[in-house]
Design a protein around this ligand. Structure first.
Ligand code: LLP
Length: 432
């Protein structure tokens, strides 16, 4: 079984994260509990930032893809580490605003931004809007005109690259709801239309080919396709674009079989590809932007649960039920995603039996980890599910009227609540 190298075990045989004993955390804050290692988040952000500074001569910007874990706490860390921020909804813009994020470093994505969201983006001073389609372009130009500004924009392009990942999280191919395609001339058309509008300024292109990708080649292929298109835009329209946003999607190690490259390798290889493509297509080297989300926060998070019941169904499987489930982590039910697990109060014990960790929701598919080899599990144990920092809290729900867990951040032996546990009254707040 894979246990993250950033976790350890103390003399009490308890799992430790950020110098905090997880069994003590569970006692103090209750379960289910999201625990985030702040030092690891900062470390991951710095790896990306240093790599782009080093390999791209200071002409790049890393945007934290806040959809992975959008809280004032995480957005604030991105601010302190000098990153930009990728947002995808009014709620994420509002979180950045309330975190005093420098709004000129915010990039707003989405395939169906509402008029209200575009208005919020403009009044909040969002630096760049990544336009998805012609309707959005026209509406944005009108809103920018009403506000008396010229909005800087990028276009979301489908580069026609298929990455090897779950089909739900592939986005670069023509059959995708995101962006405009190159193959059918759509991309040319929309850029031509934008050049005739008075209140938008086309500064660059964006693509995002998918998520949890292990190879660097698809990113390089996408970069080359985008650079070639930039060359064509220059030849056809005399248009020079100085920003190329290549999205996020770098994979992480959820299981022993997952074998991601070091993050700085991705940045190095992609940087070199863009520079050589600039030469090949006769264009200036653009500023590049990258938008990692998962790879920054997923490895930094674990979720602690308490084991409530165990069902050993002879010749079928053994279920270990915990006090959370698809409400706090829908990744199994959505993608059959895999996560590691550790019995936190018996962390160094030898795994001896395969169990399936089940949630408490009224859905048979509400599993957290299927067939994981653990030491003997007992009722009352604290169970840690690993690598839950991304797309857990941000995709959580109140299904079955279960309140969302609290989130604590740990660093140097100190734990602080960064998101409060929801109460039953929170669940009723909007009922009239
Ligand atoms: N940029 C754009 C435009 C995106 O759509 C995404 C992710 C990212 C950046 C960040 O990608 P990352 O570095 O985190 O892979 N809920 C799924 C993942 C969905 C990803 C959506 N877009 C999961 O739990 O695996």
């Amino acid at each position: 079984m894979f246990v993250s190298e950033d976790l350890s075990v103390n003399e009490k045989n308890h799992l430790v994260i950020g110098e905090n004993d997880t069994v003590e955390l569970a006692k103090e804050f209750g379960t289910p509990l999201y625990v985030i290692d702040e030092d690891l988040i900062r470390k991951n952000m710095r790896i990306y930032k240093d790599a782009i500074d080093k390999y791209y001569d200071g002409n790049g910007l890393i945007l934290y893809a806040s959809k992975a874990l959008c809280t004032k706490y995480t957005v604030n860390i991105a601010k302190e580490e000098g990153l930009g921020c990728d947002v995808v909804s009014g709620g994420e813009i509002y979180t950045a605003l309330k975190s005093d994020f420098p709004m000129d470093k915010v990039y707003f994505h989405g395939n169906n931004k509402t008029v209200e969201e575009l208005e919020l983006a403009i009044s909040a001073g969002v630096g760049h809007i990544i336009v998805d389609n012609i309707y959005e372009l026209i509406s944005l130009n009108d809103i920018a005109k009403e506000h008396g500004i010229i909005q800087k924009i990028l276009f979301r392009i489908k580069p026609g690259i298929e990455a090897h990942t779950h089909t739900f999280i592939q986005t670069g191919q023509i059959d995708s709801k995101f962006g405009v395609a190159l193959e059918n001339g759509e991309a040319f058309e929309i850029i031509k239309a934008a050049m005739e509008l008075s209140n938008v300024k086309v500064e660059g292109l964006h693509c995002h080919i998918g998520s949890q990708i292990f190879e660097v080649e698809p990113f390089c292929d996408a970069a080359r396709v985008m650079m070639r298109f930039m060359g064509e835009l220059k030849d056809k329209f005399g248009l020079t674009l100085d920003k190329l946003n290549l999205g996020g999607g770098f994979g992480i190690k959820y299981t022993e079989e997952d074998d991601p490259l070091p993050y700085d390798e991705y940045i190095k290889t992609v940087s070199e590809t863009v520079k050589s493509a600039a030469k090949e297509y006769g264009i200036d080297i653009p500023m590049i932007l990258m938008e990692p989300g998962r790879s920054i926060v997923a490895p930094a998070g674990i979720t602690l649960y308490t084991v409530g019941g165990i069902k050993d169904i002879k010749n079928v499987r053994k279920y270990v039920s915990v006090d959370g489930g698809l409400g706090d982590n829908p990744r199994y039910i959505m993608y059959q995603a895999e996560h590691g697990a550790v019995v936190a109060n018996n962390a160094a014990a030898k795994p001896e039996e395969f169990v399936t960790v089940a949630g408490k929701c009224c859905e048979s598919g509400d599993l957290l980890v299927e067939n994981v080899k653990l030491p003997k599990v007992n009722v009352g144990d604290t169970l840690a599910v690993l690598s839950t920092g991304a797309y857990n809290y941000s995709m959580s729900s109140n299904y079955n009227r279960i309140p969302r867990p609290a989130m604590v951040a740990v660093s140097g032996g100190i734990a602080k609540t960064v998101v409060k546990r929801e109460t039953y009254d929170d669940l009723l707040r909007n009922d009239v």
